[in-house]
Design a protein around this ligand. Structure first.
Ligand code: ATP
Length: 216
């Protein structure tokens, strides 16, 4: 059974031309797929539909073996899929890095001590302990991206969706991100304009062209 399946999705922002017309895709458990396509093709829109943040005009979303249509259906999806947004500022909102990373686990019902243990474990794993007590909004762009990944991994998602994860990363952190992602066992859905990065993380996937998804 596919982990994720979109069938015949049509979507238009109100009053505008359609962004997606009959877009379909499947992702199997453990699979790593990329979605490529020009700026404005609708890649971020598609990711938001998977997470239930946008509702398609027609078509169906299946995730983890169930159809997902209503807002309530997507609560479980959002718990099980970790979404790293294109813009880290949309995702980091606590005063310090430790609080941002602890936020998800606390929200999932962990105790304060458990959440703090997760913070140290995830930050160590990503070699980010030096940022633990920093003020989040004063981090550099690249540091924010890595901290965003830490906030998502802290919730132990089964699938990772990454929207342009290499934005703002210097060559060292770019290489480190490849190492980190290749060390994870989650399925990954990656949107990236960087061919080298895609080749390392998810060489196969789909191209979004003419409002449809074509297997590449
Ligand atoms: N909230 C919105 N309201 C209206 N139009 C939108 C909105 N968000 C995106 N769009 C438009 O929908 C189209 C698809 O946008 P989307 O962000 O999904 O593209 P993308 O493939 O992710 O692009 P990029 O590679 O530049 O990130 C674009 O033409 C964009 O201008």
């Amino acid at each position: 059974m596919p982990l994720l399946e979109l069938s015949d999705i049509h979507f238009a922002y109100p009053g505008l031309d359609p962004v997606l017309e009959s877009a379909s895709m499947q992702m199997q458990p453990g699979e790593r797929l990329s979605i490529v396509g020009p700026n404005g093709a609708g890649k971020s829109t598609l990711l938001k539909i998977i997470m239930g943040l946008l509702v398609p005009d027609t078509g169906t979303v299946h995730a983890f073996g169930k159809p997902r249509a209503e807002e309530a259906d997507f609560h479980e999806v959002r718990r099980r899929i970790g979404f790293v947004f294109q813009d880290a500022d949309d995702q980091l909102f606590c005063p310090t890095v430790a609080e941002d990373v602890a936020f998800g686990p606390l929200n999932l019902g962990k105790s304060k001590d458990e959440a703090l243990a997760i913070v140290d474990q995830v930050l160590s794993r990503l070699s980010l302990m030096h940022l633990r007590d920093r003020i989040t909004h004063k981090l550099s762009g690249g540091e924010k991206r890595l901290v965003t990944l830490a906030t998502v991994l802290a919730m132990e998602p089964e699938v990772l969706i990454l929207d342009e994860p290499t934005n703002a990363l210097d060559p060292d952190n770019y290489s480190r991100l490849i190492e980190i992602l290749n060390g994870l066992d989650q399925a990954i859905l990656l949107v990236s304009h960087a061919p080298d990065f895609r080749a390392e993380i998810a060489p196969e996937g789909y191209r979004l062209e003419h409002r449809k998804l074509v297997r590449i």
